[in-house]
Design a protein around this ligand. Structure first.
Ligand code: PHE
Ligand code: NA
Length: 451
């Protein structure tokens, strides 16, 4: 048996984790949630959550993988033999598998939009008609499946090449490319007529919004989702760390968190400068990027198509690298548990993910839209199940395991803090603050409080 794969460089590892973190959560979810909760006010609460919950939890996940040197299930069980903590690993595999099945469907819509701009078909939709256009695309019996298959084929193709030549290399190309596109778009956004209004919406807080409890729930939930926490990804990626690439984890994790946040904010600049330029509403919810933005692009006097093609290409790459990290959790698991070669594992797991995604692809107005579970279309059901329940439970197990299941000496050794003070703060956050916040979220989800 060959030695296990590992990251080639620390930067490569960091960029791969950024690739996972920066995704539809930054581009599609963050702006609309920020929009619903008053822009700048949400941003402030969100930043606090990232700092006191997100960052410490990410360091905890990396530490588990680094210690175990295996996939999510293997790393949990190796570091805590014969203890129930391994459930955290299993839950990670299940959650990431479920999420990637519909994540690939949404990434497929995005790719379809990009091509529709290139062929000029969205530009011909008359003003106010994009909502119907979107409904037609996602509700079609064939289009969503075809584009889901294309996206899955690309994911499988990249993962086939392994950790260094697949995940790490593609991240080294894609992440800088994303940064350039985003900077160009943000620069362009700032020249638009709505720039001033968009920027003040985003950066001038309305303190009264702080009284709304659901704002805090939304901020914590977004912190987990955006950093890809609670689903075994960072444990799996931590499992490919060596002594060299895995030293000073807190520094690496801080860079990842900062870059993810910077991406989210810049994307919000792009979106809100554009939205205010045509005077559209900022609080439109999930259809912001598929309906509102295309209306904006269509009404731009100049540059609309340019803006649109680059924007959807950006979303596509961001979605792709996140989907890769999600799929890798199951692949890494299958390689060890079922003793498959990487190539076989990639093909088999990729095939299974694709199959599970098909009912999601057909559920948004398509042939399977009447097939509901708990009153929800298939895609929505899988989304809510993972997002509201599996994810926080997975995160809870991680922080409890590292905070309480390990001796603090072991935890601190893996995390490798250079400063004693930060090490103490970290332990305090993962022992008390993070578990408490996560439990609050879970209870809120269970009792149906709207986030
Ligand atoms: N972190 C990704 C984002 O912000 C989303 C994601 C969630 C990726 C879950 C992987 C797993 O879009
Ligand atoms: Na993110």
């Amino acid at each position: 048996m060959q030695g296990r794969e590992q990251w080639a460089t620390r930067v490569g590892f960091m960029l791969a984790a950024v690739g996972s973190a920066v995704g539809l959560g930054n581009i599609w979810r963050f702006p609309y949630i920020a929009g619903e909760y008053g822009g700048a006010t949400f941003l402030i609460v969100y930043l606090v959550c990232i700092l006191i919950i997100g960052l410490p939890t990410m360091i905890a996940e990396f530490s588990i993988g680094k210690r175990g040197q295996l996939d999510a299930v293997g790393s949990f069980s190796k570091t805590a033999p014969a203890k129930p903590w391994v459930i955290g690993g299993w839950l990670g595999v299940i959650t990431s598998f479920l999420i990637v099945s519909f994540y690939a469907v949404i990434t497929g819509w995005v790719l379809y939009y990009m091509f529709s701009y290139l062929t000029g078909s969205i530009q011909q939709v008359e003003t106010g008609g994009v909502e119907d256009y979107f409904g037609g695309v996602v509700g079609d019996a064939i289009i969503p499946v075809i584009w889901q298959l294309i996206v899955m084929a690309i994911i499988v193709g990249i993962l086939y090449f392994g950790v260094q030549k697949g995940i790490e290399l593609s991240s080294k190309i894609f992440m800088p490319l994303l940064a350039v596109i985003l900077l160009v778009l943000a620069g362009y956004g700032l020249t638009l007529d709505g720039a001033g209004e968009g920027m003040s919406f985003l950066f001038v807080p309305d303190w009264s919004a702080l009284g709304d409890p659901s704002l805090y729930l939304a901020a914590i939930g977004q912190a987990f989702f955006t950093l890809s926490l609670g689903m075994g990804i960072m444990v799996t990626y931590g499992g490919y760390l060596s002594k060299q690439t895995g030293n000073r984890l807190p520094g690496t994790a801080t860079s990842i968190v900062l870059l993810d946040t910077l991406f989210a904010i810049l994307v919000a600049v792009v979106i809100f400068t554009a939205v205010f330029t045509i005077g559209a509403d900022a609080d439109q919810g999930p259809t912001l990027i598929f309906v509102v933005l295309p209306e904006v692009f269509n009404q731009m006097a100049a540059g609309g198509t340019f803006f649109a093609v680059f924007f959807f290409f950006l979303v596509f790459i961001a979605g792709l690298t996140s989907a890769i990290s999600l799929a890798e959790v199951s692949i890494s698991f299958a390689i060890r548990q079922v003793k498959l070669t990487r190539k076989k594992a990639v093909l088999i797991v990729g095939g299974l993910i694709t199959l599970l995604g098909i009912p999601s692809a057909l559920s948004q107005g398509g042939p399977l839209s009447d097939f509901t579970i708990a009153g929800l279309p298939f895609l929505d059901f899988v989304d809510v199940l993972t997002d509201s329940y599996f994810l926080p439970i997975g995160g809870l197990i991680v922080v409890l395991f590292v905070g309480w299941g390990w001796k603090s000496k072991a935890a601190l050794e893996e995390a490798d803090f250079k400063s004693q003070a930060f090490a103490k703060i970290w332990l305090f956050l993962i022992r008390f603050v993070a578990p408490l916040m996560i439990i609050i979220i879970l209870l809120a989800n269970l009792f149906g409080i709207e986030a």
